[in-house]
Design a protein around this ligand. Structure first.
Ligand code: FAD
Ligand code: UDP
Length: 367
């Protein structure tokens, strides 16, 4: 059978779009398919009442890699948005990430040396934990009991649907601790959100490339297997192998959206609800990502959810069992010489956007 394409790319998210863009520049012919009715995967944005709405949760671009920053800026102009979420714990408001503002709000502490002494006192109780085995131990060793109980435990247990003692320690290392009055959630050099949204940015990436939406690879597998020289697969790796080694676990979300006839609901783009009793983890007010001044506002409540067959697999669950199972799938994947597995689902990793872009660029350039 004659091959029509050099690459069949399954998934029009960031990985698939960057890869397609890069190899197309080298003269390769690509077909991108996606089972959704739009491109851009989880970074998809849609304009509603003049506001760019992040349909699959808040997406703030950040990186310290100048090449990646220049790369994304070649497709879109970025605004100067800096993520500084607020935490609401039982009606008390705290700044995130943990910084001098948070320490003042918690303990009325005013100087970095007072804050360090207080945190040391809080951590002292856990000094015997030399090698934290899980997120709870890691958090207690890093910041002590007060911060753990008010700002971490409830949020984390809702997000992951399990006890903090059953969650790997590395997840919490993503949150910085600072002894300055700096509410910037990220430590990276570059940060912002594409003006006109991520969808417009990805539209530019895939401009001129053939795309078929509402097309599930597995529904038409036999036809697609021979349509291209190589397949780039950015869906679930366990599904690709028909779950033959067992099912990987994922965490899902569901979003409840509301258009409100007021200009400003919460005064910030992201407010996290850190107590367990509130069922959602955060409320996003999209206009604040772009300093919007519209008369209306659009908000989204983000609820963590068990993953099941008909839901979106947003997060890989990085515990030992899943990592071991993924390692077996990875080994199996090495036998598929004509398939490249990429992205958050294909590599079963909790990647941020800049990491996915870098991986896709490196993969495309290695070809
Ligand atoms: P995806 O965007 O998931 O794309 C995969 C695509 O493949 C999807 O469109 C899917 O429909 C398609 N697909 C899957 N299976 C099939 C199939 N069988 N047939 C056809 N198509 C298929 N990163 C940041 O840097 N900053 C943030 O602030 C941030 N916030 C986030 C918030 C949330 C709630 C989530 C879930 C993630 C966040 N991320 C953030 C991570 C970011 O979304 C990912 O790094 C990035 O979108 C991954 O791109 P991808 O191409 O790997 O996957
Ligand atoms: N986290 C927390 N409290 C918060 C925000 C985050 O305990 O208010 C923890 C939680 O375990 C979460 C992890 O930090 O899974 C990483 O948070 P991040 O905001 O980076 O997660 P993402 O935006 O990727 O969901």
């Amino acid at each position: 059978m004659e091959l029509k394409y050099d690459f069949l790319i399954v998934g029009a998210g960031l990985y698939g779009s960057v890869f397609a863009h890069e190899v197309t520049r080298k003269g390769k012919k690509c077909l991108i398919i996606d089972k959704r009715d739009h491109i851009a995967g989880n970074v998809f944005t849609k304009e509603i009442e003049g506001i760019e709405v992040h349909r699959y949760g808040a997406h703030i671009f950040h990186t310290s890699n100048k090449n990646i920053w220049n790369y994304v800026n070649s497709f879109a102009e970025f605004n100067r948005y800096t993520n500084s979420p607020i935490a609401n714990y039982k009606g008390e408001l705290y700044n995130l990430p943990f910084n001098m503002n948070t320490f003042y709000q918690l303990w009325k502490i005013k100087t970095p040396s007072e804050a360090k002494a207080k945190i040391d006192e809080q951590r002292a109780e856990y000094a015997h934990i030399l090698h934290p085995r899980n997120l709870e131990e890691q958090a207690l060793v890093l910041v002590g009991k007060d911060i753990y109980e008010k700002l971490i435990k409830g949020y984390t247990e809702k997000q992951w649907g399990r006890c903090a003692t059953e969650i790997p320690a590395f997840i919490i290392k993503r949150l910085p601790i600072r002894f300055t009055f700096d509410n910037n959630y990220f430590n990276d050099t570059f940060q912002g959100i594409p003006i006109n949204g991520y969808t417009a940015m990805l539209e530019k990436m895939v401009d001129g490339i053939s795309i078929q939406l509402k097309t599930d690879y597995f529904r038409h597998r036999a036809g697609f297997e021979h349509i291209a020289d190589k397949i780039v697969f950015t869906g679930k790796i366990d599904e690709f192998f028909d779950y033959q080694l067992g099912k990987l676990e994922y965490r899902s979300l569901h979003f409840e959206n509301e258009l409100l006839d007021i200009p400003n609901f919460q005064g910030n783009a992201v407010v996290n609800y850190t107590e367990k009793e509130v069922p959602y983890t955060r409320i996003i007010e999209h206009k604040h990502f772009e300093f919007g001044t519209q008369d209306k506002t659009y908000i989204t409540r983000e609820y963590p959810d068990e993953f099941s067959k008909d839901k979106e697999p947003y997060y890989p669950v990085n515990d030992d069992r899943n990592q071991q199972l993924f390692a077996k799938y990875k080994e199996l994947s090495l036998s598929c010489k004509n398939v490249i597995f990429g992205g958050r689902l294909g590599e079963y990793k909790y990647y941020d956007m800049h990491q996915v872009i870098e991986n896709a660029m490196n993969m495309a350039r290695s070809i």
